[in-house]
Design a binder for this molecule. Structure first.
Ligand SMILES: Nc1ncnc2c1ncn2[C@@H]1O[C@H](COP(=O)(O)OP(=O)(O)OP(=O)(O)O)[C@@H](O)[C@H]1O
Ligand SMILES: [Mg+2]
Length: 224
């Protein structure tokens, strides 16, 4: 469960990115975070991963106060999260397979174990046939699906995806979204920020942010 308790975020220069956000996200939901540019979507996602800290208020992830975590404890939190952030590109000097193995290798997994789990993750997003390709030879949609594979290779219970369908055509965006929805069906909580209104009806819940505040929030009648 993810909980925001009266969270505000002021960046240096007094930009108020989030204002008094209170929010509870139960396990296993697929939630869309909608709202215009500058609304605070990325800031909200980064707080769950402890990348940004609240100026006031509290962010709890599975009962743990993220804002109180020591820097040294953050890697343990992040291992439970699948992060698909806008500024985390694939490494272009190595294969798709090696990119997806990396999160396991850096946490000490044996190469053989890492490779077999990376192959399973690539399979889940329909990218196993490109395992040996280099990132720059893939389309944007394919690269985004590899980024999802890399995010889920640690078997996280929560996936945070910041604009995963930005710059993709509808067909590729649908594939990316289907991959994320498959994880939700397997019990993973998915929190996805998007400008893309066409996908909102596929969420179990949509939260609208505007100027750092929740302006609207609704639950879909579609079974999650
Ligand atoms: N590191 C930072 N330093 C100062 N201000 C920031 C920083 N990051 C974001 N902001 C400001 O906080 C507000 C919210 O930004 P945020 O990136 O969370 O919005 P967003 O909804 O993700 O926008 P977009 O749809 O363009 O990605 C904006 O006014 C932005 O200028
Ligand atoms: Mg953003």
């Amino acid at each position: 469960m993810i909980e925001f308790d009266n969270v505000s975020k002021l960046y240096a220069g007094d930009a108020c990115a989030l204002r008094n956000i209170s929010l509870t996200i139960p396990d296993g939901e697929l939630i869309f975070l909608a709202g215009p540019s500058g609304a605070g979507k990325s800031t909200l996602l980064k707080m769950i991963a402890g990348i940004e800290k609240p100026t006031t208020g509290r962010v709890m992830v599975n009962g743990q106060d993220v804002s109180k975590l020591q820097t040294s404890s953050l890697p343990y939190l992040r291992r439970k999260l699948g992060l698909i952030l806008q500024d985390q590109k694939l490494l272009n000097d190595r294969s798709i397979l090696s990119n997806v193995m990396l999160p396991l290798i850096v946490t000490g997994a044996a190469a053989q174990e890492a490779e077999s789990r990376a192959r399973v993750a690539l399979e889940k997003v329909g990218m196993l046939d490109k395992a040996n390709a280099l990132p720059l030879t893939l389309s944007g949609g394919e690269q985004q699906r590899v980024a999802i594979a890399r995010a889920i290779v640690n078997r996280p219970k929560i996936i945070l995806a910041d604009e995963p369908t930005a710059f993709l055509d509808r067909e590729n965006a649908n594939k990316v979204l289907s991959a994320l929805k498959a994880f939700q069906s397997a019990g993973v909580t998915c929190l996805i920020s998007s400008h893309d209104e066409q996908f909102l009806d596929q969420a179990s819940r949509v939260i609208y942010l505007s100027k750092g505040q929740i302006t609207d929030s609704w639950n879909s009648s579609i079974a999650a």
